[in-house]
Design a protein around this ligand. Structure first.
Ligand code: TIU
Length: 228
């Protein structure tokens, strides 16, 4: 047992590192690079770049600790059989999921755009979950994987704050996990929605979870009792 205290909002949070996993949400070229799904939706993917360095540092620390690390990728089967019509038909033809872009078919598994960016790429042994939805718990093995390993706390990082990170935070909270979102390691295509989402998570005494930073997590880890 190695319980650490992490300064966070709305309150500090104490977690047993042995019961804590790091989940890295959708750090894919489709969201972070030009010519991907994010840009096809009219967004500037450069707004997400600031997450790469702190996530990379956090991954280094988590790997050193032997923490369970999970990476997710949003995307669909080439025949789109796992993509509901409601998700497909929402945008004009030519800009839809499955249409061709400069990094291959948009948001399709196996295409270049679907891959995680090199700087935070998974290592062998780290679970990579392919998810058809925004919430990483929807139609995936995530919940069973975490429960089988006694995980209680999730450190949530990745993109985007207001879409897949928020959907996964809500999914985690509803399933009884402590969701801890790292504000410098999540980003949105809209700084305003980023702020509003983090404010919502920590409002009302932490209605969905906690908000902290990678510095606070790393400080909490560093201060742990080495005999604990
Ligand atoms: N991963 C994720 O957040 N999927 C999105 O579609 N995000 C947007 O902000 N559009």
């Amino acid at each position: 047992m190695s319980v650490v205290r992490i300064e966070a909002e709305p309150t500090p949070v104490e977690v047993d590192l042995a019961e804590t996993a790091l989940i890295v949400i959708d750090m894919q070229k489709d969201f972070l690079r030009r010519g991907g799904f994010g840009e096809f939706l009219g967004n500037d993917p450069d707004l997400l770049q600031r997450t790469v360095e702190p996530i990379s540092q956090l991954l280094t620390a988590a790997r050193r600790l032997g923490m369970i690390i999970i990476h997710t990728r949003e995307g669909h089967l080439p025949d789109l059989s796992d993509c509901p019509a409601a998700k497909l038909d929402r945008w004009p033809a030519g800009t839809r999921i499955g249409d061709m872009g400069p990094m291959g078919r948009i948001l399709i598994r196996g295409e270049e755009g679907h891959a995680i960016v090199d700087e935070v790429a998974p290592l062998a042994g780290e679970l990579v979950i392919d998810k058809p939805g925004k919430n990483a718990f929807y139609a995936t093995e995530l919940d069973g994987y975490l429960r089988a390993r006694g995980i209680q706390n999730l450190l949530i990082v990745g993109v985007t704050t207001d879409v897949c990170c928020m959907a996964t935070t809500i999914g985690a909270n509803d399933r009884g996990y402590n969701a801890i979102v790292l504000s410098d390691c999540v980003a949105s295509y809209s700084p305003e929605r980023h702020r509003a989402t983090l404010a919502t998570i920590k409002a009302q005494g932490g209605i969905f979870g906690w908000v902290t930073t990678s510095d606070e997590v790393l400080a909490g880890i560093a201060a742990r009792d080495p005999l604990g």
